[in-house]
Design a protein around this ligand. Structure first.
Ligand SMILES: [Zn+2]
Length: 518
């Protein structure tokens, strides 16, 4: 195999961009993004193009239009708010009607990995429906604001009581915020190489009290839609969320995910405070030129192996918190300092569901342990048994019931509870994929998750310790609903170029060397 010169890579990328921005693909291709070298500083610059034009995107939000119109008219993280605006016009038809927060920094991060970044990334339009390539009724993954908007609530001890605040944060802010609440000094919020994190502590929402023996619980509802979650809570349909809100605050603009707005990329950003270009988990599926391996980290057979994909710069929030107290010095020897329930990105956690899967010896990870999960039909948190006809929803119900059981075990008393507990749930992702935001199954998935949250809060009430706990609740991405009439694939247009490539996702385009002619 002959390797490509920089000039060849650039020319071939240009051919792909030209093919992908052809007007006949405009209903399914929202944007094409890539990185070029800015000759004036010899550094990378983010590029975006669509059928209407192309622009350089600068980190300070300035755009330099190179051709036609700027395909990214807005980067407003508060776009489509209040929530009525999103409901009134869901699924913007053109990128000019949409918003792409932190476009340059998120694109630059995706393209910063030395061997795993694609050459070009293609974004589906919000309405694109592509079940033949793994797409769903509800989808996420885009740079756009709705698919990138996750809820963010803080509540309980040490949190200012402010209700819903008209502001936003970023998911990379979660790690440093959890770490500081758990007692990690600001000076220790660094990656393994000593560099500052990409995220910042959300100090504006803390009440300034220095917590003694902090007990912090981070909760993730996978794919929970920010606007719908807050609206259902305000209308009395999510009493657990409403309870957290009454004792704290939520951001109306939520927290902006990294790009792509997919699960494993953002779980890793949430728990490391780093973007994908630094933590290495570039997508739910990506290709590593260094090893020649196609990596599928978001897979029930691979979650327990998450640490294998982490780049050397990574320090997880569990490792940061553990560094406060050496294991042997714990006042309650044997009880975990940190716990990680139903979460792939668990490196360093003293207690971890994935560690149990690793220890079980199951060669296919969690996928080989389905027979040990509780019966979904017996779940007391399920609002509609009809949803169990969706196999992902059914499995999510089982896994989330097991997650709640683990939480109750970990929280037998305030003394024995971990300093930092992370509790991930998955059924909300299943509900939103199955029906799209605001559908009956999506809303029931939030109600089911809320029922488990209420059950846990009542468990803490029974111990009389609820007011001693600090809570953070978030998700890893948002969701938009597709349109069943908007179908098709960009693949034939790329194949016609007769340039060797692979398309992972789909959407990550990697140029491949020419086969040897000799
Ligand atoms: Zn997810």
């Amino acid at each position: 195999m002959s390797t490509l010169s920089r000039a060849q890579v650039s020319a071939r990328c240009e051919s792909f961009v030209a093919a992908l921005t052809s007007p006949d693909l405009a209903s399914i291709v929202d944007l094409v993004v890539w990185v070029e070298v800015d000759p004036s500083v010899d550094g990378p610059v983010a590029m975006a193009a669509s059928h209407i034009g192309r622009a350089w995107l600068h980190l300070d939000g300035r755009h330099q239009v190179l051709e036609g119109l700027d395909p990214i008219a807005s980067e407003d993280p508060m776009a489509f708010l209040p929530y009525d605006r999103e409901c009134a016009s869901p699924g913007p038809r053109t990128s000019r009607e949409n918003s792409y927060p932190y476009a340059a920094s998120r694109i630059l991060s995706l393209f910063a990995d030395p061997t795993r970044s694609p050459d070009v990334a293609v974004m589906h339009t919000p309405r694109h429906f592509f079940p033949e390539q793994g797409g769903h009724v509800g989808e996420h993954g885009s740079l756009d604001v709705i698919q990138s908007r996750a809820p963010l609530l803080l509540s309980g001890k040490g949190i200012a009581t402010r209700g819903i605040v008209d502001a936003h944060a970023r998911l990379v802010d979660v790690c440093p915020t959890l770490a500081v609440l758990a007692g990690v000094p600001d000076a220790d919020l660094r990656d393994a190489g000593g560099d500052p994190l990409d995220g910042r502590v959300l100090t504006a929402y803390l009440d300034g009290e220095q917590l003694v023996k902090p007990k912090v619980i981070g909760i993730l509802w996978d794919g929970a839609h920010c606007g719908d979650l807050l609206q259902l809570a305000e209308s009395g349909e999510l009493p657990g969320i409403a309870r957290l809100l009454a004792n704290g605050m939520a951001l109306r603009g939520g927290a902006v995910a990294h790009f792509p707005s997919v699960t494993l990329t953002n779980h890793t950003s949430i728990l490391t405070g780093l973007g994908p270009g630094r933590h290495g988990v570039l997508g739910n599926v990506f290709y590593d030129r260094g090893t020649g391996e196609r990596v599928v980290p978001n897979n029930s057979a691979a979650w327990h192996r998450s640490a294998e994909w982490l780049r050397p710069a990574v320090r997880t929030v569990f490792e940061m918190v553990n560094s406060l107290v050496p294991q042997g010095d714990s006042p309650h020897a044997g009880s975990p300092r940190t716990a990680c329930v139903n979460e792939a990105v668990d490196r360093g956690a003293d207690y971890s569901t994935m560690a149990m899967i690793r220890d079980s010896g199951s060669s296919s990870g969690a996928a080989g342990l389905d027979d040990q999960l509780p019966d979904a039909h017996a779940s007391v948190h399920l609002h509609d048994t009809a949803h169990l006809g969706d196999s992902y929803f059914s499995w999510g119900t089982q896994v989330d019931d097991l997650g709640l059981a683990q939480m109750r075990q970990l929280w037998e008393s305030l003394e024995l509870a971990p300093t930092l507990t992370w509790w991930a749930s998955v059924v909300s992702d299943a509900g939103h994929h199955a029906g799209g935001p605001r559908s009956a199954i999506a809303r029931d998935s939030l109600r089911d998750s809320d029922s488990r949250l209420m059950s846990f809060l009542e468990h803490l009430d029974g111990l009389g310790i609820t007011d001693q706990v600090t809570f953070l609740l978030t998700a890893d991405h948002g969701f938009e609903g597709s349109d069943p009439t908007v179908t098709g694939s960009w693949r034939p247009a790329l194949e016609r170029l007769d340039i060797p490539f692979r398309d992972e996702g789909p959407g990550f385009i990697y140029l491949l060397p020419d086969p040897d002619q000799t």
